[in-house]
Design a protein around this ligand. Structure first.
Ligand SMILES: [Zn+2]
Length: 271
């Protein structure tokens, strides 16, 4: 009822008087009809929320991947620096071995020092191999995560493509109609959508025809007109003035016609 009041006020504000009167006994009905059109709207919304869930999952994976990749890269940098240091120590050690061998052997003190360096290098090599194995395990996890992320992206893209195929051009059907004896509303996405459709059909009930401005309430398409404000445009007002050229002279006739009023009959979706 409040949606109807909002829809009425569009024309009542322009004419500066009350023209639609609610009468529960009136034969004129406003019907909310649930059929495949409203079903299509609900399915579209369901697909949109499914798509949004996939998008959020993908964003979460992207954030996780980026954090883990950063962590891996910093560990890899540390590892590479340690390996470079090891290799330079190893080179020095090998040069010493080569030198003392060319001298026919090293003195006891040098020999012991080199033995100690060899043990230390062996320990260092074992530690580096262990950290390399850990890094490889992290890289494997990272690759699995990349694959998971790419699968999520593929699923999102496929769902988005299906959605665009189905709804890329909007839903194409009559949202509502004025039959002369009733207003039937077949589809609305939200309350604003409903009041816009009601204002449009009430305009027809006043005798108004369609106007050319896509922003007008009386534009011939209302279902995809989400940017339309719930206020009469100059084109709407010209059309309103055409059907009500002189409020005082037409007033009696208009009031008689509109005093039939209307009642609201809601048809609930079948279970
Ligand atoms: Zn229309």
């Amino acid at each position: 009822m409040s949606d109807i009041a909002v829809a009425e006020s569009v024309w009542e504000t322009a004419l500066k008087r009350n023209i639609f009167i609610y009468d529960p006994n009136s034969k004129f009905k406003i019907n909310l009809i649930y059929d495949q059109r409203q079903l299509a709207t609900l399915q579209k919304e369901k697909q949109e929320s499914g798509l949004e869930a996939l998008e959020n999952a993908l964003k979460t994976l992207d954030a996780q991947l980026s954090a883990e990749k950063k962590d891996f890269e910093s560990k890899l940098t540390v590892q590479n620096a340690a390996v470079a240091q090891f290799e330079s120590r190893q080179k020095k050690y090998e040069a010493m071995v080569e030198y003392w061998n060319s001298q026919g052997g090293a003195p006891k003190k040098e020999y012991e020092s080199m033995q100690s360096e060899q043990r230390s290098l062996n320990d260092e090599a074992a530690a580096l191999n262990a950290s390399a194995a850990k890094l490889n395990a992290i890289a494997k996890d990272l690759n699995a995560l990349i694959e998971k992320r790419n699968n999520a992206a593929r699923e999102y893209n496929k769902t988005a493509e299906n959605y665009n195929d189905a709804y890329g051009h909007g839903l194409e059907f009559n949202q509502a109609e004025f039959t002369g004896a009733a207003i039937n509303v077949y589809q609305f996405g939200n309350e604003r959508d409903l009041t816009l459709a009601l204002a449009h059909e009430l305009g027809h009930a006043l005798g108004m025809d369609h106007v050319e401005n896509p922003k007008s309430i009386m534009y011939y398409v209302t279902s995809s007109n989400t940017s339309t404000a719930l206020a009469a445009t100059p084109e709407d007002l010209i059309e309103l003035t055409r059907v009500c050229p002189d409020a005082s002279s037409r007033g009696a006739d208009l009031l008689r016609r509109l005093k039939t009023g209307f009642s609201l009959e809601k048809i609930l979706p079948k279970k």
